[in-house]
Design a binder for this molecule. Structure first.
Ligand SMILES: O=C1O[C@H](COP(=O)(O)O)[C@@H](O)[C@H](O)[C@H]1O
Length: 232
């Protein structure tokens, strides 16, 4: 519905300011409801933000962290989003948080999605914070153009939870929270960096099918305003 642009001079400044905003939102959630939840993205962009957030003082013991999406690979795989979070966020002060992984050592990705949905059922009604990324193809979470379950993932009537996604641009089969799970986060952030991503965002903001650039679903239909954090 609404998107607000927050532009910073560089990635380090963005990481610090976003960490401040997220820490403030999580602290307010703990004060208001006794606990807080955050779903974060993987990929190459969020590393500095994770490191900044891990140093912020708040009652991390009352915070649950999960992933927006994950590859169907175990946590020791270099492409695992869990590994990225483990190495960059679940340390320092944030080591006291509870982490709920999406990957499950199940026989199939479909079975893993069912188990992950069950294990994350208690959080995210709505999430206090959801941090989205965006690929150069306009995907967010694992909502890939041409994805096997894309229509279901983007359907506002698909319940909260995790579904599978396979797509040419995705590499491994994926596990992803659905659109309905993420779009009403109390703080909904799109974190992107670089001139290239700014151009992709401009294209996404223009007219066109959601299925061609699935980030459009968030930009157009999310119940919460999308707070865009960008740096060159
Ligand atoms: O595949 C993924 O990529 C996107 C964007 O990643 P980036 O490397 O361009 O920052 C990310 O948001 C998503 O969580 C991840 O699984």
């Amino acid at each position: 519905m609404t998107a607000n642009m927050h532009a910073f001079a560089n990635g380090a400044e963005l990481a610090g300011k976003l960490a401040d905003k997220v820490a403030e939102t999580l602290s307010a959630a703990v004060a208001a409801r006794g606990s807080a939840s955050i779903a974060v993205s993987g990929g190459s962009t969020p590393k500095a933000f994770f490191q900044a957030l891990s140093s912020r003082s708040l009652d991390w013991g009352k915070v649950t962290i999960t992933l927006v999406d994950e590859r169907f690979v175990p946590a020791d795989n270099p492409r695992s989003n869990h590994l990225l979070v483990q190495e960059n966020l679940l340390k320092d002060k944030a080591a006291a948080a509870t982490f709920l992984p999406l990957y499950q050592a199940a026989a199939s990705v479909e079975e893993a999605a069912v188990i992950a949905t069950e294990k994350t059922r208690a959080v995210g009604h709505p999430f206090d914070v959801a941090i989205l990324g965006m690929g150069n193809d306009g995907h967010t979470a694992s909502f890939f153009p041409g994805g096997s379950n894309l229509q279901t993932a983007l359907d506002p009537n698909t319940p909260r939870g995790i579904i599978t996604m396979e797509a040419e641009g995705a590499g491994e089969p994926r596990l992803t929270f659905t659109f309905s799970s993420l779009q009403d986060a109390r703080l909904l952030v799109l974190h992107i960096e670089g001139e290239g991503k700014k151009d992709v965002l401009a294209k996404a903001e223009a007219s066109g099918e959601e299925t061609e650039m699935p980030i459009r679903a968030m930009l157009r239909r999310a119940a919460s305003p999308v707070e865009i954090y960008w740096a060159p």
